[in-house]
Design a protein around this ligand. Sequence first.
Ligand code: DON
Length: 319
Amino acid sequence: DHVPQQVSTGALPGWRDVERLVGDAHARFARDSDGIVADYIPVLAEVDPELFGLAVIEVGGGVHDAGDAQHPFSIQSISKMFVYALAIQEHGHERVREIVGVNNTGLPFNSVMALELNAGHPMNPMVNAGAIATTALMPGETSAEQWERVREGLSAFAGRALGLDGVVYASEARTNDRNRALGRLLTSYGRLEGDPDEVVDVYTRQCALAVTAHDLAVMGATLADGGVNPITGQRVVSAEVCRDTLAVVAASGLYERSGEWLFEIGLPAKSGVSGGIVAVAPGKGAVAGFSPRLDEAGNSVRSQRAIGYLSRALGLNLF
Ligand code: DON
């Protein structure tokens, strides 16, 4: 059903109105049951599909949680956007662009064919091959140090110490032959430094970090706020890094659905197979959803609907 599109203005509505709209969005989509829970990572198939959380964090520090906003789940692919920001902060715009790329593949997130079609170039950091190449850029003498830098960096975005979901990590580490294949293929094309299995292990850990929808909204709001966490006041990355990151997320954050999403909703957004999505409204804040049932591209159905509703109702569309 139709929600009137508010024209984007410089500011969000008042706190009370945002609070009411977040509650409305939750109620409106609470009974939707379209989509199916991911099962290619065995333990993800066991999640309660009814879980549904929403969170909005404003750059001014306003907090709005609804439903299961404090329920923990593994961050999965949403980690890619924050590790990418950390990699640009470390190595700069040019180097990361050259190594990882910024263009959409038009193919599924774990596509091997996309790599083969592009002479082993990963194309962008939001697909698995590009995320593995990005994780390889994290500083550290050993993969354990690289993992610690990832964990610390994502914790700074969230404003609290994030921990590994050991059950998800173990489940995925046992079954991620496809990611190991992508790592080896990158190595074979001379596009990955270090031991591919070790890099893939750090990538697998980063995907298993436990977060909540509330955390994702704080993390996104840090990118909306030019790199300063609006809750802790800590600068995590520069404003230039936020701009670069959000441009790439707009182009590829929802994989082969990214164009459709930008056309309909008008915000950079990143999804993960555990059911999280976070959308970022620069200068305003971030909207995050968590609901495990996914569409065929691997994006949470209810999170997309609720974020779309809130983007319209709050006038967040960038265009
Ligand atoms: O590497 C994988 O396949 C998972 N750890 C993450 C994939 C993912 O979240 C894709 N998202 N929609």
